[in-house]
Write a protein that binds this ligand. Structure first.
Ligand code: NAD
Ligand code: TYD
Length: 356
């Protein structure tokens, strides 16, 4: 693929998106990076304070569910490529109120696909479309739950179980349909659970770090026996870089680090590490563990077979889980201001100061 000059990254103010934007802005000064984000509760421009002001970074506040707004962004930016991460991402919220997931994850994705199709077809002959790329970031949750062993392969049939995963599965299907029907050059990756700096403290790991710090209860759904496959967020961003540049159009890549953990074991490990860091007696934080009512329709186990991205594209995770957890805990302990801002809604003030 030719060098893409203007890349539109959606959801760049969120957890994973901010790591992807940072990596692309710093590593590829020849690219102009446009971060399109609505700044929901999960989007915070403080995540990108270190690159704010760099000449190849631009921020646009827009809602991908708003068709006109998306068309306008495409008319103004004329992106050569899209890396699409914007989404409603939390399963528990999707159970309480699925509507936003349908608007953002499904309609928002279709708005972006249409805008890319129209712009790129208008600019080029249809057979010249491969100069462009629509890269859709998805999740392993589209494959459902591995209750009887095995791993998720790229060929595993879709079987989404939660409103969140149903909305992501739907968006994946639309991306493939636009490739099949309109020859839009697309690539999809499905990643396992991410953890690391800048994750909103509603997800298991940052929630527990926050609650251990403040000696609050650690809510474990059910018996804590559900299994997730964890990857450090910077390693996900590195995989996205590799797939963006070397992935084959029309292909799907599963991303994961072969790192399965039961929830209860992760929470115990966090307690042990944090007892040492906070100078607490061994076993002190574990007393905060509280078993609560299980999540409705709680998927039992996720586990990614990442052999394709590893062997075909040469990507490997760089960190062991214990190392990644240490880094993550240290980051949260030294970024209490960020944590207070995102939990109190104060981060909106930062946006107003920067962008009026
Ligand atoms: P996040 O919730 O931290 O961030 C989502 C971002 O999207 C936020 O900045 C938010 O403001 C923005 N956004 C939401 N609705 C929008 C809209 N209508 N218009 C424009 N912007 C909007 O999510 P995340 O954890 O960083 O996940 C990013 C992507 O990666 C998602 O597509 C998610 O499905 C996928 N994914 C996440 C994980 C994970 O473990 N977090 C794993 C695999 C895949
Ligand atoms: P989460 O971080 O919400 O990610 P996902 O649901 O996308 O996998 O949850 C990870 C696991 O931790 C999941 O099995 C649900 C469980 N969990 C708890 O036990 N307690 C909590 O407070 C949260 C947020 C999650």
């Amino acid at each position: 693929m030719e060098v893409a000059k203007k890349i539109l990254i959606t959801g760049g103010a969120g957890f994973i998106g901010s790591h992807v934007v940072r990596l692309f802005v710093n590593k590829y000064p020849q690219y102009q990076i446009f971060n399109l984000d609505k700044l929901t509760y999960a989007g915070n421009l403080e995540n990108l304070m270190d690159i704010e002001g760099q000449s190849n970074y631009h921020f646009i506040r827009a809602d991908i569910a708003d068709e006109q707004a998306v068309k306008q962004v495409f008319a103004e930016v004329q992106p050569d490529a899209v890396i699409h991460l914007a989404a409603e991402s939390h399963v528990d919220r999707s159970i309480k109120d699925p509507t936003a997931f349908i608007y953002t994850n499904i309609i928002g994705t279709v708005n972006l696909l249409n805008a890319a199709k129209d712009l790129w077809k208008a600019e080029h002959r249809p057979d010249d479309l491969d100069k462009h790329l629509f890269y859709h970031i998805s999740t392993d949750e589209v494959y459902g739950s591995l209750d009887n062993g095995g791993f998720f392969l790229e060929t595993t049939p879709y079987d989404p179980q939660s409103p969140y995963s149903a909305s992501k599965a739907s968006s994946d299907h639309f991306v493939r349909a636009w490739h099949n029907t309109y020859k839009l050059p697309v690539v999809i990756s499905n990643c396992s659970n991410n953890y690391g700096p800048y994750q909103f403290p509603e997800k298991l790991i940052p929630l527990c770090i926050h609650n251990i710090t403040h000696e609050k209860p650690l809510p474990i759904y059910g018996k804590g026996e559900n299994i997730r496959d964890w990857l450090y967020v910077v390693d996900h961003a590195r995989a996205i870089d590799v797939i963006y540049h070397q992935g084959k159009t029309g292909e799907t890549y599963n991303i994961g680090g072969f790192n399965e953990w039961k929830n209860i074991d992760i929470v115990r490990l966090l307690c042990q590490i944090m007892d040492k860091k906070l100078n607490r007696a061994a076993g002190e934080s574990e007393k905060l563990i509280t078993f609560v009512k299980d999540r409705a329709g709680h998927d039992l186990r996720y586990a990614i077979d990442a052999n394709k991205v590893m062997h075909e594209l040469g990507w490997q995770p760089s960190l062991q889980f214990e190392e990644g957890l240490e880094k993550t805990i240290d980051w949260y302990l030294s970024n209490e201001v960020w944590l207070n801002n995102v939990t109190s809604g104060n981060y909106q003030k930062y946006y107003e100061e920067q962008y009026g």
